[in-house]
Design a protein around this ligand. Structure first.
Ligand SMILES: Nc1ncnc2c1ncn2[C@@H]1O[C@H](COP(=O)(O)OP(=O)(O)OP(=O)(O)O)[C@@H](O)[C@H]1O
Ligand SMILES: [Mg+2]
Length: 241
């Protein structure tokens, strides 16, 4: 199907998010509209504090906007994420989304392998054997073969970051939200991670939204947005190559 007739798999429509009350009230997202398409790796850049993490949280169903809609394809139908009940939304997220948090959010008591295994067992009903195999394959791809039995406290920052990426990708989600997934990585590992994200988009037709400050990522992405002062702007890629 030609790209021009493809419909978005996820749409944020006129999203508004304000933090604080009274004098401290600040509008972080000012009617932000964005379309994500299947098979696209999308980069989101913008200054610190411009609302990138906020936008990821709203689009992924983690943080409720003040107004606006998030429309997402789920099992062949379009759903309005913020009209679902909390339980339905949790189910929707489990079925469809992977999230790499800026601070990794790993479970301190679990080994690297277990962090991925529980996603597969609880999230997609894999057997123990399948879960172990898929967790191991993903950790190998991320260069973590020697770290499978380590807990977060025994891992370096970059290793923790790669475990968090593996956890988000291992169940092959339709939507992946990655908040600065390469911030703690050298370029060799950063490039590995970006290639994994790009493969998820191009080969499995996932929609991937990556927040990053790293301009080295630009040649790998399909679409590039800039967020500043609450406004989102699509920018041409060619000028940055
Ligand atoms: N829970 C909250 N309560 C109040 N203000 C918040 C809250 N979360 C974020 N903010 C404010 O909203 C703005 C946007 O924050 P956000 O974390 O989305 O920015 P960001 O673009 O991800 O920044 P960075 O690049 O530093 O990660 C900031 O000014 C921040 O201080
Ligand atoms: Mg952030």
């Amino acid at each position: 199907m030609p790209a021009t007739t493809t419909t978005p798999s996820l749409q944020g429509v006129k999203l508004v998010k304000t933090y604080g009350d009274g004098d401290a009230r600040r509008t972080t997202l000012h009617e932000v509209t964005i379309d994500l398409f299947p098979g696209e790796l999308v980069l989101l850049m913008g200054p610190s504090g411009s609302g990138k993490s906020t936008l990821l949280a709203v689009l992924s169903g983690l943080l409720e906007p003040d107004s606006g809609q998030v429309m997402a394809e789920d099992d062949g139908r379009l759903r309005e994420v913020w009209q679902l009940t909390p339980k339905e939304r949790e189910e929707y997220r489990r079925r469809n989304t992977g999230f790499v948090f800026q601070g990794y959010n790993l479970f301190p008591a679990l080994t690297a392998r277990q962090q991925l295994e529980i996603v597969l067992k609880w999230g997609s009903g894999a057997t123990s054997g399948e879960a172990r195999q898929r967790a191991d394959d993903m950790l190998d791809k991320l260069g973590l073969a020697k770290n499978k039995s380590k807990k977060p406290a025994q891992l370096s920052g970059g290793e923790k970051q790669r475990v968090a990426i593996g956890r988000a990708l291992v169940k092959n989600p339709n939507f992946v939200f990655a908040d600065e997934p390469t911030s703690a990585l050298d370029w060799e590992n950063g490039q590995k991670v970006i290639e994994l994200l790009r493969d998820a988009a191009h080969e499995r037709k996932a929609s991937i939204l990556v927040v990053s400050h790293d301009h080295r990522i630009l040649p790998f992405v399909d679409v590039y947005y800039h967020l500043e002062d609450g406004h989102l702007e699509r920018r041409p890629l060619a000028a940055h190559h």
